[in-house]
Design a protein around this ligand. Structure first.
Ligand code: ZN
Length: 261
């Protein structure tokens, strides 16, 4: 069975900015989903901010292996209830790929637990992405580096937790560098942040970017049932201890009482 990916798009600038509308007439989310669907191992659909529950009701998330997230203009419009629902699914093993300005999305900040802030400049600079982890599955099929001719600059310090792995480091024409591909695990779920993707440039039409996104979806996918027990905090009574023990010392909880949550 193909990996079930959902590409979530904020879908605002495509309707209010002429440049973005011309570059992505079907929406950035549709362009990204089409690129993913070019890989037969992936079956990608889309969801947008404007749909009921932002297109992400529980039933849909339950059937999603990897969620891809692009947002920029109105992160605050995403409901906290949906954000919490997505976080739970990531902890249970759903993959999450956060793109570009999604660094300030509620879901990314929720899962990182840090400000996720960075420097930026919109000047159409050349970006060279260096593969700094050549054996990593997300870098498969790429050379030592590749160039995106027009991009927004993002500069360090990027205030995210120390990653599990760094896959790409970007250099920009103006001199800044940036950790542009990083992974984390939260609960049972794999998370990948990929920097490029400013909406006024044709980044999501570029072949190397498609390859990274396809690789990332395959890497983030965990081919196992959802790990629901990640939320449990069971009490193990004395008589169920694996080795016999004698209870001693003072106690807070009465036998059989639920723990605090
Ligand atoms: Zn941008």
């Amino acid at each position: 069975m193909a990996i079930r990916a959902v590409v979530w798009g904020e879908n605002i600038h495509e309707h209010i900015n002429k440049t973005v509308a011309e570059l992505y007439p079907d929406g950035m989310h549709a362009t990204i989903a089409k690129a993913l669907n070019a890989d037969s191992a992936i079956s990608a659909t889309t969801a947008t901010l404007q749909e009921a529950e932002h297109g992400l009701p529980q039933s849909r998330l339950d059937d999603t292996d990897v969620l891809v997230w692009w947002g920029h203009k109105d992160h605050g419009a995403v409901s906290d209830e949906v954000v919490e629902r997505i976080a739970k699914r990531v902890w249970e093993g759903m993959g999450l790929i956060v793109l570009h300005s999604g660094h300030f999305s509620k879901i990314f900040k929720r899962l990182m637990g840090t400000p996720c802030a960075l420097k930026w400049r919109e000047a159409g600079e050349r970006e060279r992405l260096w593969v700094v982890n050549p054996g990593h599955p997300i870098a498969e099929g790429l050379g030592e580096n590749f160039v995106i001719e027009y991009e927004e600059m993002y500069g360090e310090h990027f205030s995210v937790p120390e990653p599990l792995e760094t896959v790409f480091i970007s250099w920009f024409q103006g001199g800044e560098v940036f950790r542009s591909g990083m992974t984390w695990r939260r609960g049972a779920g794999n998370i990948f942040y990929f920097r490029p993707g400013h909406e006024t440039y044709p980044t999501y039409h570029q072949q190397e970017v498609h390859k990274v996104l396809q690789n990332a979806v395959k890497w983030a996918h965990i081919p196992r049932p959802a790990y629901k027990a990640v939320h449990d905090a069971p009490n193990v009574p004395v008589e169920k201890a694996l080795e016999p023990i004698v209870e001693r010392g003072p106690k807070l909880h009465a036998a059989g009482e639920q723990g605090y949550k």
